[in-house]
Design a protein around this ligand. Structure first.
Ligand code: ATP
Length: 442
């Protein structure tokens, strides 16, 4: 059943243009995915919602966009060169590779019916190496960033001084990260190239617990506010022996995916580890000077680190439903309208009587404010179903009555209810419907 749901999501994603297998015409390349027209919109909307809640709706967070390739010393200071490893084991019989920390038995191959013996675990560094310039030697070695956070730490003083922020304040960033994962999989859940949405919140050391608790609360709520079923979200505190080398406290926001409860986002207290290490490795002061107390101090950091692709997958899985309507199966993606790739479809009932012209004019009018889609082909019921699968929350149908009284039918995706709205009131009605949207069944 669970596998079934994942394969339905994968196939709908391809059919409707959310996600395609990368390099498909060459047979694909394991674990790389390309976002199609609807997927690219969904991802943009996820990132916009995150940026809005982090940067625009608060006065204590600013955004940056740092480079993917940084000085190699960055990754020595951060501990990634030494510690960013996963324990890798091979099966001597079927030759498959596994992450030992994902196995319950470190000795026997977990593949069904194999029973092969596993090798000793080897530490495998997940950073992608590359070379800067034409000479491929160790002096030219650089890394593709495995997290966006370090570009924030190395800019701490630049940003603090330029934006004149005082702790508690945060720096947010969205961008690609790269990890040479041993076992990528579960569609876009774990890939080698992915986008992160990270925020480093710098606080006076004595206040770390307060802000850790605050960010744990806020980040779970963000998913619920965007329509995710709260019963499928849970917080998992890390045990002491699970904590990363820089961390004194860590909680995962987990979602119940079809393949089980898995990490969506991680909220970590990173102490003053990163700023201190960069100060030590660079020889530069990375401190804050408190004008009032006349003290220099190194702030502590609370970090909510989310994955854009994982969030997109959670939103897709959570929104997917099948219903029986008049003896037929209706597949609908009940995405929050803010996340929906297309907000409104404009459909002339028939391809004559001036309806297409009128529909085009309405589309043109709404386009400045909403993402729209015009469709005149096929029976109206089929067109509605296509929009349901694409997650489009509203359809507007231009029909015979439109010519008479200037109203169109507004159809709501989740309830399939219809109402008549005057053309001039459409934008305001759509705004209200988006703002008032509720997850079906709540
Ligand atoms: P995992 O334990 O699943 O490997 P992680 O704990 O190493 O992940 P973090 O370093 O905490 O991940 O990264 C923060 C977020 O970035 C994760 O919660 C996840 O949403 C996202 N992320 C990390 N690795 C990947 C990946 N390989 N593919 C997609 N998203 C990822």
């Amino acid at each position: 059943m669970a596998e079934d749901l994942m394969s339905k999501i994968v196939s709908l994603s391809k059919r409707r243009g959310f996600v395609f297998p990368a390099s498909e015409i060459y047979g694909g390349i394991g674990s790389s995915w390309d976002y199609g027209p609807l997927g690219a919109e969904l991802k943009r909307n996820v990132k916009d919602a995150w940026w809005r809640s982090m940067v625009y709706e608060r006065d204590d967070i600013v955004g940056i966009d740092s480079a993917i390739i940084q000085h190699p010393k960055v990754w020595e200071a951060s501990g990634h060169v030494e510690n960013f490893t996963d324990p890798l084991v091979d099966c001597r019989k079927c030759k498959k590779r596994f992450r030992a920390d994902h196995l319950t038995d470190w000795k026997i191959c977990p593949e069904k019916g194999c029973g092969g013996e596993l090798t000793e675990a080897r530490r495998f560094n997940l950073m992608f190496k590359t070379f800067l310039g034409p000479v491929e030697d160790s002096a030219a070695t650089a890394y593709l960033r495995p997290e966006t956070a370090q570009g924030i730490f190395t800019n701490f003083v630049n940003v603090q001084q330029a934006s004149r922020k005082k702790p508690p304040f945060g720096i947010a960033q969205i961008g690609k990260s790269f990890r040479n994962e041993i076992t990528p999989g579960n569609f876009i859940f774990r890939t080698r190239e992915f986008e992160q949405m990270e925020m480093e919140f710098f606080v006076p050391p004595a206040d770390w617990q307060k802000w850790f608790d605050e960010w744990r609360k806020l980040r779970r709520q963000w998913y619920a506010d965007l329509g995710v079923n709260p019963a499928k979200l849970r917080m998992r505190d890390h045990a002491k022996d699970e904590l990363a080398h820089y961390s004194n406290g860590c909680t995962d926001v987990e979602y119940e995916f079809p393949f089980g409860w898995s990490e969506l986002e991680r909220i970590a207290s990173r102490t003053d580890f990163d700023l201190k290490r960069h100060a030590q490795f660079s020889g530069k002061e990375l401190q804050y000077f408190d004008e009032q107390t006349k003290e220099h101090y190194v702030p502590w950091v609370i970090e909510p680190a989310a994955g854009c692709d994982r969030a997109a997958l959670a939103f897709l899985v959570d929104a997917y439903r099948e219903e029986t309507v008049e003896g037929e199966t209706r597949v609908v993606l009940s995405l929050h309208p803010r996340l929906a790739p297309t907000k409104v479809a404009i459909l002339p009932l028939v391809k004559k009587d001036g309806m297409p012209e009128r529909a085009h004019a309405i589309e043109k009018m709404l386009r400045a404010r909403f993402t729209t889609f015009y469709d005149e082909s096929g029976a109206i019921g089929r067109r509605y179903r296509r929009m349901d699968e694409a997650g489009t929350p509203f359809c507007l149908t231009v029909d015979g009555q439109t010519k008479e009284d200037g109203t169109v039918t507004l159809r709501h995706r989740d309830s399939m209810t219809q109402e008549r709205v005057a053309e001039g009131e459409l934008a305001a009605r759509l705004d209200a419907a988006i703002a008032g949207w509720k997850r079906p069944g709540t």
